[in-house]
Design a protein around this ligand. Structure first.
Ligand code: DC
Length: 228
């Protein structure tokens, strides 16, 4: 249950498709405001990784729901994104693996899994405020959020950014495959019947295709300062 007191804690939601830069924007904005951060994608990724580790399929809803019960997750706003810890141990590397990305998108279309993760996500709403990044932060999880942003960018630009990131890490990547995977994931996230990736009616939509990260951060901070 969310108490009245909790509902008064300001929330800034940043929703949008994969690769739009939500994580970097959310982490920087959280740091500058001195607020907490929630990477809700990592919540789905943590369930997906645990399902893969235990050979649980994306259709085995009862077991997936049981896996949602014990997720000692915590977050820290870093320089280039929100860092994720499970039981205090950093798990970013594992959670970003391609097999986890694909599995997380599949389990995220199960409404029972989404319902099972609701209270956990809302429990991160703590003073002095929360920056929450995801797909349905402004529409479903925090519909009463004071500040809502929907961060978009063209699929070409998002694939390019991801390609550069992976190359910089010395990974061997195939651009076309990355582009197609991103398109498939977008389609699944946008067209699913439960909590699809769409802007909340009261969200400010920012198209970051031709914007620098710094410009997006400044824009989000100025929206935040107008509203709290
Ligand atoms: O943002 P991300 O790529 O880390 O998210 C991983 C998957 O989880 C993504 O395919 C969509 C899903 N997701 C979701 O359905 N709802 C959220 N609030 C966050 C992520």
């Amino acid at each position: 249950m969310t108490s009245k007191h909790t509902r008064e804690v300001p929330v800034l939601t940043i929703d949008g498709p994969s690769g739009a830069g939500k994580g970097a924007v959310a982490a920087n904005v959280a740091r500058r405001l001195g607020w907490k951060a929630l990477d809700s994608g990592a919540v789905y990724r943590a369930v997906a990784a645990s399902a893969l580790d235990q050979n649980v399929s994306a259709e085995d809803v009862d077991v997936l729901v049981a896996l949602c019960d014990d997720l000692p997750l915590s977050f820290e706003a870093g320089d280039d994104g929100i860092r994720v810890f499970l039981d205090g141990q950093p798990v970013d590397g594992r959670l970003r693996q391609e097999e986890v990305s694909s599995m997380s998108s599949r389990i995220a279309s199960q409404s029972a899994v989404r319902a099972a993760l609701m209270d956990l996500q809302r429990s991160f709403r703590q003073p002095p405020g929360l920056v929450a990044d995801g797909r349905d932060m402004g529409t479903v999880v925090f519909p009463d959020a004071q500040i809502k942003v929907f961060l978009d960018a063209s699929v070409e630009e998002r694939a390019n950014r991801r390609y550069k990131q992976l190359k910089e890490k010395g990974k061997d990547v195939n651009f076309l495959r990355l582009f197609r995977d991103l398109e498939a994931r977008d389609r699944r996230d946008r067209e699913r019947s439960v909590s699809p990736t769409v802007p909340a009616a009261d969200a400010e939509v920012i198209d970051s295709t031709a914007m620098t990260l710094e410009a997006v951060i400044d824009r989000v901070l100025s929206i935040a300062r107008e509203r709290v």
